[in-house]
Design a protein around this ligand. Structure first.
Ligand code: RB5
Length: 148
């Protein structure tokens, strides 16, 4: 099976454990970048170290978690090569892969979702990138890194 990298700040410790348990039952190799306690850390630090590890290669995709998923996804999207989608339901999970070919997905440990996060991750994993006009748009996203 594939390899997935995951990290959280102190706001999503138990969600991270839940996701890791789920991924292991699906036989994924999981690289857990921390954190491992509820001692406060700064989510941008977790995003940077995790995205840099991802960029070394060998990972199918990454999962980033903070209290809301917002701060850590904003940070990740400032790192060259990263397309991090903030997911909130099964539809956005599907579209993040089909239309955006996201290489990271983000969730919040303090958010009340209408479906379990593990189901949203499963939906992302089973969806294929649609290519075609969506490839053109994704290429434009990546070209923006060179323009701004
Ligand atoms: C940390 O208190 C909190 O701000 C963080 O987990 C996240 O929600 C930021 O977007």
């Amino acid at each position: 099976m594939g390899k997935i990298i995951i990290a959280s700040d102190h706001g999503a410790i138990s969600l991270k454990s839940e996701i890791i348990d789920f991924l292991k039952t699906k036989k994924f190799d999981v690289k857990d970048m921390g954190v491992y306690s509820e001692d406060a850390v700064d989510y941008p630090d977790m995003a940077v170290v995790t995205c840099n590890e991802f960029k070394k290669g060998g990972y199918d995709f990454g999962i980033l978690l903070c209290g809301t998923g917002i701060g850590i996804s904003i940070t990740a999207n400032k790192i060259k090569g990263i397309r991090c989608a903030l997911i909130h339901d099964l539809f956005t999970s599907e579209m993040a892969k089909a239309h955006n070919d996201a290489n990271f997905i983000a969730f919040g440990g303090r958010v009340q979702y209408s479906v379990p996060v593990t189901q949203m991750i499963e939906k992302f994993m089973e969806t294929k990138f649609a290519g075609d006009r969506h490839l053109r748009r994704v290429n434009k996203i990546m070209d923006t890194e060179k323009l701004c």
